[in-house]
Design a protein around this ligand. Structure first.
Ligand SMILES: [Cu+2]
Length: 175
């Protein structure tokens, strides 16, 4: 009987060790303002945005996204070439130590290529975010109307300079 008790105690101990270990790793990252732009009819591609916070004292990179909603999901940024905004794939999106990165219109974004079905406003889409130095995290994204613009300062400024329009056209092109 006492042997059974000690086995149970050992099992409980290892379980709690595992749980606290997992919790400690998950708490390195946190997420806010996660949204996906709703699709317009015929649109084959889409974009998603969020703010990622890194609580650790080591820099992190978001390296990939897992979801079955598109044929391919890439990480993109937008660069200006001769006054024209163009999307570029990046291998990772850096999240500074004890800092945050904002994915927002006019800058970094999650790019869905070959949508399996349109993104409908008010839907909630879970995506798995993979990092180079943190546990994968499942984050729920809310689908916003196609014309939605976030209220954050920098996003608004870029929108007022016409970035929102040129980006929308870029996303409308098929691949
Ligand atoms: Cu893109």
């Amino acid at each position: 009987m006492s042997r059974l008790v000690s086995i149970a105690a050992a099992a409980a101990l290892s379980l709690s060790t595992f749980a606290s270990g997992a919790f400690a790793q998950e708490s390195i990252t946190s997420f806010s303002d996660s949204w996906i732009r709703g699709s317009v009819p015929g649109q084959k591609n889409g974009a998603g945005y969020l703010t990622i916070t890194n609580q650790s004292d080591q820099p992190l990179e978001l390296v990939s996204i897992d979801s079955d909603r598109a044929d391919r999901i890439e990480l993109h940024t937008i660069v200006r070439e001769g006054g024209v905004a163009k999307m570029r794939e990046v291998q990772g999106i850096p999240v500074p130590a004890k800092g945050e990165v904002k994915l927002e219109p006019g800058g970094y974004h999650i790019m869905f290529i070959g949508l399996k079905e349109p993104f409908k406003p008010d839907d909630h889409i879970p995506l798995v975010l993979n990092f180079d130095a943190a546990q994968p995290a499942t984050v729920e994204f809310e689908v916003m109307p196609p014309t939605y613009q976030p209220r954050s300062g920098s996003g608004q400024n870029m929108g007022s300079h016409g970035m929102g329009m040129s980006q929308g056209q870029g996303h409308g092109h098929g691949h």
